[in-house]
Design a protein around this ligand. Structure first.
Ligand SMILES: [Zn+2]
Length: 280
């Protein structure tokens, strides 16, 4: 993949995709330009309930870490899609560190209105918007996967904008809430969120486990669970969008390449099973 560098190397992107897959990784960057200040207020972490919770500065300093190796993992997934299936996904990978700009927050919170951070943020989302427009023009539908890493335990979380409280219900089909894959789900949320057709179930079948929600692990129960951040909430009305939160052990270590292959295999199977995969 020949990536193009974004504004002041705030991100890199690949815009010549030939398949209706978009991969984004907002939190893996490590560049810290010295003329852009740290974001020292308003930092929050998504808790298992619906609302972000503001944290005090001392606590947030330990939490304002990048999602280490999610940029590399995303590139490995893209390489596998190309080498095995000749699929070139559209890709947007953040390069600036999260302490400078957070691409997965609403703009004010993500930039604290610093002009350079705003320019970087706008550039990232311009490229993401362009990718979505291209996919919709070329194929009429597609899938955006927003790839993150977490340190809450050795399990993977799949975010569809459903909180743990919502996922802990026995039946999802009668609820009034929206999901980030609503056009896929239609009336059968249980099947698409934690049934045989769900991303979590197929990920487990390919050897990445445990995953919440999935057929064997349908409810996060009391575990920390991230329902999905700004990216999927902002773009799900234009494209099916899923947030994946991978544990450290999956995206690092000796099995990281195999796990990227498993992840790529899951994307392809998931899109085939759900009649979503299209390429040219
Ligand atoms: Zn993240």
């Amino acid at each position: 993949m020949e990536y193009i560098d974004g504004y002041r190397s705030c991100c890199k992107y690949y815009c010549k995709g030939n398949v209706n897959i978009i991969l984004s990784a907002p939190h893996g960057g490590s560049l810290i330009p010295n003329d852009v200040p740290d974001r020292t207020e308003g930092i929050c972490i998504r808790r298992s309930d619906e609302n972000d919770t503001l944290l005090d500065k001392q606590f947030y300093n330990t939490k304002l870490v990048k999602d280490i190796h999610t940029d590399e993992f995303t590139e490995n997934v893209a390489n596998e899609l190309f080498e095995r299936w000749n699929f070139k996904p559209f890709i947007i990978i953040g390069k600036w560190h999260r302490q400078i700009v957070d691409f997965n927050r609403e703009i004010r919170e993500g930039t604290l209105n610093h002009p350079e951070a705003v320019s970087a943020y706008e550039n990232y989302h311009l490229n993401l918007n362009n990718a979505i427009s291209h996919v919709n023009q070329l194929f009429g539908k597609g899938l955006l996967l927003d790839i993150h890493g977490h340190s809450q335990g050795n399990y993977t979380m799949i975010g569809y904008m459903l909180s743990s409280n919502q996922l802990n219900e026995d039946d999802l089909s009668h609820s009034s809430f929206a999901t980030s894959i609503e056009s896929l789900c239609l009336s059968n949320r249980n099947e698409y969120i934690r049934g045989k057709k769900s991303f979590g179930t197929i990920l487990e079948q390919n050897g990445i486990e445990p995953v919440y929600p999935s057929l064997t692990h349908p409810k996060p129960e009391s575990r920390t669970f991230f329902s999905g951040g700004y990216t999927i909430c902002n773009y799900f009305s234009k494209i099916n969008a899923i947030q994946t939160e991978l544990p450290y052990v999956i995206r690092t270590g000796e099995n990281k390449c195999m796990n990227a292959q498993r992840f790529a295999q899951t994307i392809v199977e998931y899109m085939q099973i759900n009649n979503l995969l299209m390429s040219n």
